[in-house]
Design a protein around this ligand. Structure first.
Ligand SMILES: NC(=O)c1ccc[n+]([C@@H]2O[C@H](COP(=O)([O-])OP(=O)(O)OC[C@H]3O[C@@H](n4cnc5c(N)ncnc54)[C@H](OP(=O)(O)O)[C@@H]3O)[C@@H](O)[C@H]2O)c1
Length: 268
């Protein structure tokens, strides 16, 4: 059985940055893959704005699948985060939030010559600081879900109970940035922001363990999205279908891990 089937027993899943790319594909696959969770909360910077084509796609998906709820969330705006938590709380009530997927991200392309302090901070804020602030804000709802025990009962860890999944990149791996591979993608802001997200994931895994909330970082592969570009080998469908199978099958042994979209362990 594919791990993705476990999403069926999941009350509520939230995806940030669902307006396009991998976030949109996550929502699409969760809604129509035959293992739909109770509620799919698709957040985007501003439900009324954005590129018309992708805004339209998410809207159409929500019209087709009544369990998709579109909520506004600008991940770098604390007021927006708090408003979102409030709305999600009203939606999920006593069930809480089972799975938070911190997917929204940016790639500020700059190398050693062109990187500025502003570029570094902008990338760091969206990719590393925002997932931490969002997880902190959603903690009461995650704890509420975790306290209900989930399918495996108390002591178990899974997305059916409560989990935080951080969408990171293998480009954030310090160990892999050496030798031949280091000559590609000399992107200081992006690489360092995803390294920081990896450490945020590991720190949060330590802090959320007592509450039974699984926390890990996952690399979606190199995918043909606005960020990944047209040369990438994977389609969003290929990446997300494998990724959901991996995320759905996570247990306590994966707590605090850094995994590839295929499920293999990646070096930090
Ligand atoms: N594609 C790849 O090859 C690849 C590889 C490794 C890791 N990743 C990671 O996977 C995640 C998704 O990447 P992608 O390829 O889907 O990128 P993408 O096509 O550029 O989409 C990025 C998404 O993040 C959202 N976003 C950015 N800043 C935001 C903010 N302040 N508030 C709310 N939403 C915001 C965008 O919303 P708007 O439409 O409103 O701008 C969009 O929905 C990222 O974290 C990325 O680092 C991607």
């Amino acid at each position: 059985m594919s791990g993705a089937m476990h999403f069926r027993n999941c009350g509520a899943v939230l995806v940030t940055g669902a307006s396009r790319g991998l976030g949109l594909q996550l929502v699409h696959r969760l809604a129509s893959g035959g293992f739909s969770p109770g509620k799919i909360i698709a957040t985007r910077k501003d439900p009324r704005a954005g590129a018309p084509a992708s805004a339209q796609q998410l809207q159409e998906l929500a019209e087709k699948h009544p369990n998709i709820h579109i909520i506004s969330l600008d991940v770098v705006n604390q007021e927006s985060i708090e408003r979102c938590v409030e709305q999600v709380g009203q939606l999920v009530q006593e069930e809480g939030l089972n799975c938070l997927i911190n997917n929204a991200g940016i790639n500020v392309v700059a190398d050693f010559q062109t990187a500025t302090a502003e570029m570094m901070i902008e990338n760091f804020h969206t990719n590393a600081v925002a997932p931490l602030m969002i997880t902190k804000a959603f903690l009461p709802l995650l704890k509420r879900a975790a306290s209900r025990g989930g399918a495996g009962g108390a002591g178990s860890m899974s997305i059916q109970r409560a989990a935080v999944i951080n969408m990171t990149s293998s480009l954030g791996s310090v160990e892999l940035n050496w030798g031949e591979q280091a000559n590609n993608f000399k992107w200081y802001p992006y690489r360092t922001s995803t390294s920081a997200l990896n450490m945020v994931s590991r720190c949060m895994a330590v802090d959320l363990q007592p509450d039974g909330i699984l926390c890990m970082a996952v690399h979606p592969g190199w995918v043909r999205t606005d960020m990944g570009g047209s040369e990438a080998p994977l389609s969003p469908e290929e990446s997300i279908s494998s990724l959901l199978s991996v995320i759905g099958g996570l247990t306590e042994k994966d707590h605090g891990s850094f995994l590839n979209f295929t499920g293999e362990i990646l070096p930090w």
